[in-house]
Ligand binder design. Structure first.
Ligand SMILES: *Cc1c(COP(=O)(O)O)cnc(C)c1O
Length: 357
């Protein structure tokens, strides 16, 4: 199978080899060194400011979303949530479950966010904003500067879910005044699922340390303390942390985060130029480099997903709910090459000749 989904994605040989080894014991100085290096490299690659910290949480990306909601907001906050798809909806659900005072900015699927959408929330007492900067379900990549300026102007605590965007799109935590950035192991980090990563600004660290959280596993205070010497409160997904370490070091030695982002940009551009003559329209007006959302002109998106899987050995990313038959997505993250793109395009051309596109 060739995997063009948005996660889990294909890992490279180095990462695969680590996954085939025995899981080592982790309460050791050797493992602590690896974890401290993971933290340093995450802070470097996200351009985090002074005294920022990183937590590696065992759980999928949603675990980090939930832990963030629980550890940085409480009943005194007034939170805005950008909801333009299923990941925005997830933040809404988390705010509801944790009984926060929140307001949803609901956008249609694939709709961009403009200054006019934020206007009525200026100087209205909001203290926090949650956004999935790349709403992976529709492929919409929101305008970071617009959101960042709004948060700075209103002194709003800025939480960015960059689970599918980190590495694929440039991010600068310090410059964009981001307080919390979330990502996960199975997207552009291209490791197996199981670890989510939370990068906290200095002010976010202070907030976490003062917060009282009704949870044992999701209380991040102890995680912060233990991470000072490269450890975690509970048994982490040790092998995945070793795989993440290999990936981060490889990115560093290949020229840094910009080089890795450029690789993804090249794969995305190559695919987007090759798809032009086929009967699809690109669904989004503002795309992440991580994925291309496509609307077939004459066929069901879900049928295309099934045919590619069953007859061509290719996974693309299907959509659920209302978009099930309308759009599918082609990912550009993970160990993919231009040759892989050509194989997918050839499969689609063949389906077109067969009259099923
Ligand atoms: C993948 C993803 C997540 C995390 O989903 P999990 O299935 O919990 O790993 C969160 N937010 C966005 C934007 C994502 O793309």
């Amino acid at each position: 199978m060739i995997n063009f989904t948005v996660g889990p994605v294909q890992s490279n040989e180095t990462v695969l080899e680590i996954g085939s080894r025995q899981t080592p014991y982790f309460r050791t100085s050797e493992f602590s060194e690896i974890m401290l290096e993971n933290e340093r490299l995450m802070l470097e690659f996200t351009k985090a400011g002074k005294n920022s910290r990183t937590i590696f949480l065992t759980g999928s990306g949603t675990a980090a979303m939930e832990a963030t909601v629980m550890n940085v907001f409480d009943k005194n906050d007034k939170v805005l949530v950008i909801n333009g798809g299923s990941f925005g909806q997830r933040f809404v659900d988390l705010c509801r479950i944790h009984t926060l005072n929140y307001t949803e900015i609901k956008l249609d699927f694939g709709q961009e966010l403009y200054a006019k959408d934020l206007k009525k929330f200026e100087k209205a007492g909001y203290t926090g904003l949650l956004v999935n900067i790349h709403e992976t379900s529709t492929g919409m990549h929101y305008n970071m500067d617009l959101l960042s300026n709004f948060c700075v102007r209103n002194n709003i605590f800025f939480v960015v879910d960059a689970v599918s965007s980190f590495i694929a799109d440039p991010i600068d935590i310090k410059n964009s005044k981001i307080d919390v950035m979330i990502t996960g192991s199975q997207k552009a980090l291209a490791c197996p699922p199981g670890i989510s990563v939370i990068v906290l600004s200095e002010r976010a660290v202070d907030k976490v340390n003062l917060q009282s959280v009704e949870s044992l596993y999701f209380d991040l205070k102890d995680a912060l303390k233990q991470a000072e010497h490269g450890q975690t409160p509970f048994t982490p997904a040790v092998s995945i942390l070793l795989q993440i370490n290999a990936r981060l070091k490889e990115i560093k030695s290949n020229g840094g985060i910009e080089t890795e982002t450029n690789k993804i940009i090249k794969i995305a551009e190559d695919f987007r130029s090759k798809i032009k003559d086929l009967p699809f329209t690109i669904f989004s007006s503002s795309m992440s480099n991580a994925v291309t959302p496509l609307a077939p002109k004459n066929a069901s998106a879900h049928d295309i997903f099934v045919t590619l899987k069953d007859e061509y050995g290719i996974w693309i990313c299907p959509n659920g709910g209302e978009l099930k038959d309308k759009i599918f997505r082609v990912g550009h993250i993970g160990a993919l090459t231009k040759e892989d793109n050509t194989k997918l395009i050839d499969a689609l051309k063949d389906m077109n000749l067969r009259g099923i596109l």
